[in-house]
Design a protein around this ligand. Structure first.
Ligand code: TRP
Ligand code: CA
Ligand code: ZN
Length: 318
């Protein structure tokens, strides 16, 4: 099964419209006949909002022994924070409980009412940290970007053709326990309704790279085109297979994709030449450490990646 991206290409968009419409959409001039954008564009995601979520997750960790790990108070407090925001924004939220290593774990699922229930575009991120630290880049960053994208859907009153679902996974750091539990407990009918799953795990690394999961071609192209438009080079992420919550979906035959700004691998000189930052150092020197705090974030990478999340959610669901 392939995720079909919007068929409203430049050509069909222009052909479908009369001259008047083209003039309206292009600001009154048909000179150059630039393709008229017919699909609603994703809004810019304010990185200040994403960082405000990260500040809250940092406070939650600080107030709960310095982490937000599975089975610890900081994890449930993180879930409560995200759920309250989504409930207030009009999402239908479901808390899914599971047990792992003798502790209760939680996945939070948020459905945006409307859209074709037989074509679900799902985006997710793990909300748990390791016990060693607050987990702000890993994975407050993905969690906050997905949250702010969901809130942007609500603010825009976006009514896409497909159904939107968002997820925050528990116990990823114990081996993708929450996401695997979710996939294993889906009926095969409901599994086949998921057109695509987009995963965001570490997207604000302090010495960032721009990696796009090398998986479903349509999803990958959606991300790559976005970064090309920003003039930012990307590299394919292949090592991630099996290393985050997209793995259970991929194993179940769901098309997957996602973004990653790097963990404990070392940035090469060639990578520093195209992305800036420091060669010979890890993308994230605080990976799985106590120093993965609010200061362990590159705001520019977080901003671009958050905007890319929204772009993909809009484009793939329209
Ligand atoms: N999932 C890993 C974690 O949470 C992070 C990670 C390392 C990763 N390499 C990756 C995620 C590649 C996606 C792709 O610790
Ligand atoms: Ca932005
Ligand atoms: Zn991790």
């Amino acid at each position: 099964m392939k995720l079909s991206v919007s068929g409203r290409t430049a050509a069909t968009g222009v052909v479908a419209l009369g001259v008047t419409s083209v003039m309206l959409l292009t600001g009154g001039s048909i000179a150059g006949a630039a393709p008229a954008p017919v699909v609603a564009a994703a809004p810019d995601i304010p990185v200040a909002n994403v960082k405000a979520h990260l500040a809250q997750l940092q406070s939650i960790a600080t107030a709960n022994g310095g982490n937000r790990a599975h089975g610890r108070a900081g994890y449930k407090a993180s879930i409560d924070y995200v759920k309250a925001k989504l409930d207030a924004a009009g999402f239908t939220t479901t808390l899914q409980q599971f047990t792992s290593s003798g502790s209760t774990g939680y996945n939070l699922i948020a459905d945006w009412p409307g859209g074709d229930a037989n074509q679900v575009v799902m985006s997710g991120s793990h909300l748990d940290s390791v016990t060693a630290g607050p987990g702000i880049n890993d994975n407050g960053s993905g969690s906050a970007a997905v949250l702010e994208t969901a809130l942007a859907v609500s603010r825009a009153g976006y009514q896409p053709a497909k159904h939107l679902r968002f997820a925050w996974w528990g116990a990823e750091e114990r081996g993708m326990v929450g996401s695997r539990y979710y996939v294993n407990n889906l009926s095969s009918a409901n599994r086949s309704k998921i057109s695509g799953y987009l995963n965001f795990d570490m997207i604000g690394s302090p010495n960032p790279g721009y990696f796009v999961y090398d998986d479903d071609p349509a999803i990958e192209k959606t991300f790559k085109d976005y970064f090309t438009g920003l003039g930012i080079a990307t590299e394919p992420e292949t090592e991630g297979d099996g290393r985050s919550d997209h793995a259970p979906f991929k194993n179940a035959g769901v098309p997957v994709g996602g973004l990653f700004s790097g963990a404990d691998y070392i940035k090469t000189a060639a990578q520093a030449a195209k992305w800036g930052g420091t060669s010979g150092q890890a993308f994230d020197r605080c990976y799985h450490s106590a120093c993965d705090t609010s200061s362990n974030i590159d705001s520019t990478a977080l901003d671009h990646n958050s905007d890319a999340v929204a772009h993909a959610v809009w484009e793939l669901s329209s």
